[in-house]
Design a protein around this ligand. Structure first.
Ligand SMILES: [Mn+2]
Length: 361
């Protein structure tokens, strides 16, 4: 595995590359060009400058998160081919700076959702939380407004202004899209881009829906073991893979994360792993906890062991972290708790690696 750390390029992050390079074991950053509107080609010159900026700190840029999918592709509209071509052109440019994996999602209109971006915990830290009742009863526009107030002035990935401008109208368009049609739209996208992913040697890694169930009446399909199987079967190229996000899939108690890791990593279809923990407060309510198994409801040892046992050679990053030690910043993406996450994950990996070697001898 290769440890990486999410960093928002272009002045969208208060965490610096200098700070990231000092976290032990971090080999590179996961980033994107946030200012390029969805559907436009990422210019090669910008990417070359980005690569240089990152490599000046001895860090790599081999994973992009995300190149967002235009709504017309998700909706299956006639204009989708134009946006698919832009996606292919962006992949080509990314391949020229050595990018190996693109993490993306196929969530309609909205990306992830939480009811609270800064819930105080008993130890004085703050974290993101999800209360299903709150999400059921809120207009998504008001949720966007609430996010705006709680995000400390940072644009949230997945809640970018250009995505939100026409939110109500876009949600309306999904009224006519059945889940069956949505799957067909995903397959159309995959069959169009995967041959180029192969040619450019870039693995595509879809991120599961977060939370992994329907909200606001919109189709959300990358939610479970069975649906991941269905997704991977839509296009069987090894370049069609997944980002295994433990927190997103893990917020459905029926998802057995170590088993899902074993199955899909064992087949070489997990290209990227987001590893974090969460603590259930009831069936569908949870908050994002510190990484350690004893702090949350997921067993991170079993998850890392499943990655190890299946010979995982992809990229891994701590996903969200709490805000600790008085840090302020982009919700979920502070420096300190994520750095602790890196160290914890590296510790688990080293222990499992050395124990496994001893057992073999
Ligand atoms: Mn994730």
């Amino acid at each position: 595995m290769k440890m990486v750390f999410r960093w928002f390029a272009g002045g969208y992050d208060k965490i610096t590359l200098e700070q990231i390079r000092q976290i032990p074991g971090v080999k590179g950053v996961v980033t994107s060009l946030l200012d390029i509107p969805v559907g436009e080609v990422w210019p090669l010159k910008r990417l070359q400058a980005l690569k240089k900026e990152i490599e000046d700190y001895d860090l790599e840029v081999e994973v992009i998160e995300s190149v967002n999918i235009h709504e017309d592709i998700k909706l299956g509209e006639k204009t989708r081919d134009k946006y698919i071509q832009a996606y292919i052109d962006t992949m080509k440019n990314l391949s020229q700076i050595g990018v190996k994996v693109i993490c993306y999602n196929f969530m309609p209109v909205l990306d992830w959702a939480r009811s609270d971006l800064a819930r105080p915990l008993n130890d004085g830290s703050k974290t993101m939380a999800y209360k299903h009742e709150h999400i059921l009863n809120i207009d998504p526009k008001n949720l966007a407004h609430q996010f705006d107030e709680q995000s400390d002035g940072f644009e949230l990935p997945g809640w970018e202004p250009d995505r939100l401008k026409e939110m109500s109208a876009t949600i309306e368009k999904y009224k006519d899209i059945t889940e069956y049609q949505y799957w067909k739209n995903i397959k159309y996208f995959l069959d169009s881009v995967i041959p180029y992913a192969e040619e450019y040697d870039i693995k595509l890694a879809i991120h599961p829906d977060d939370p992994p169930w329907q909200i606001f009446g919109l189709p959300r399909v990358i939610t479970s073991r069975d649906n991941i199987r269905k997704f991977l079967d839509l296009n069987k190229s090894p370049y069609n893979g997944i980002t295994l996000c433990t927190g997103s899939l893990g917020s459905n108690k029926n998802n057995d994360i170590p088993a899902i890791v074993r199955e899909f990593s064992g087949e070489g279809r997990v290209h990227f792993a987001h590893v974090r923990n969460l603590k259930f407060e009831s069936e569908k309510d949870f908050y994002e906890s510190a990484h350690m198994s004893q702090c949350g409801s997921l067993d991170l040892f079993e998850i890392v062991k499943a990655l190890y046992d299946t010979g995982f050679t992809g990229y891994i990053r701590p996903d969200h972290g709490r805000m600790i030690w008085g840090e302020t910043g982009r919700p979920g993406y502070g420096l300190y708790d994520r750095a602790l996450g890196v160290t914890y994950l590296n510790g688990l990996w080293e222990a499992i690696d050395k124990m496994s070697r001893k057992i073999k001898i």
